[in-house]
Design a binder for this molecule. Sequence first.
Ligand code: GTQ
Ligand code: FE2
Length: 358
Amino acid sequence: MLSHSSSEATEAVLQTFYDKLEDFSVAPLWTVQEDVLVSEPKSKALPHLWRWSELRPQAMRAAELVGTADAERRVLMMLNPGLDGRIATTNSLFSGLQIVMPGETARAHRHTPAALRFMVDSKGGYTTVDGDKVPMLPGDLILTPNWNWHDHGNDTDSPMIWLDGLDIPLVRMLESVFFEPYPEDVQPITQAKDFSFLKYGAGSLTPAWQTSDSSHSPLMHYPWDKTCEALQGLAPATEGSPFDGVVLEYTNPTNGGPAFPTMGCHVQLLRPGESTKAHRHTSSTIYHSVEGSGHTIVDGQKLSWEPKDVFCVPGWTYHEHINASDTESAVLFSFTDAPVLQSLSLLREQAHPDGHQS
Ligand code: GTQ
Ligand code: FE2
């Protein structure tokens, strides 16, 4: 028979032993076991909301004070108040607000963290991604995958402001950050304008003369008019998800997979008066309200959003969405680290046992 053993060592003897172990760069697991092997995750990140009405004036002020010659990128980072100044919006995701003023360019570079842009305010302008000049209008989603050259330019007479989403905290944790400036300020345009959209934008009609095996979507541009049309067409015809309403993923048109191996992107429509059920998942999410107003209850805390606000839902926290209007739809854009968790068999989801938080 096996049995549990016990010993008579006193506190003092144990402490002397533990101190001694430090000399060998080892430590006892048994004194910290419960901090490591927790029964379930508890994110240090807090639910938090950033208001467009407060951030926009600060972005404009940044544009007065700092030029794109001095700032590689003029970005206001959204730092999670629970993460002690870490460059992170949730544990694994980063979000920022970037501004490019009329006539400005943000010079070409590339890096291993992948980036997405969701256009908030502009009358045009562009990002060039590996030689493909991608136009940027409000509501457009633009991808700049791992190690793709990218530079931004504003050839209009009004400011461009967009939401950046990057996997920076994850890539830093994996110690895989590489960065390289392009030898010139601006990279050459080598493709027809918006080429990835010409090639892959039809969604269910993809080039048959070649196969694409890249780990990210080959489509760099998901224009708002197509997104809007898909949501508006589908919303009256289906219930959608109990947790997210009519929610669509921005997919890789060649295989139906996520936009990036590290980040997935979604857009969801909440019908007038719609309130969703609560659930939680190990993935974390950053949301941006495109239109409409409402609130999201995260871990019992009410985050009230107006158009263009940004808020985050840390991993494994219950959340549910409420469209406060009885007449208008609400639309939320979001990005998530779910593809990472999925590919590592770490993605778990749980519905709230009572349907809603109290
Ligand atoms: O626009 O290239 O928010 O490189 C952070 C890093 C934006 C960008 C960010 C970047 C960019
Ligand atoms: Fe960049």
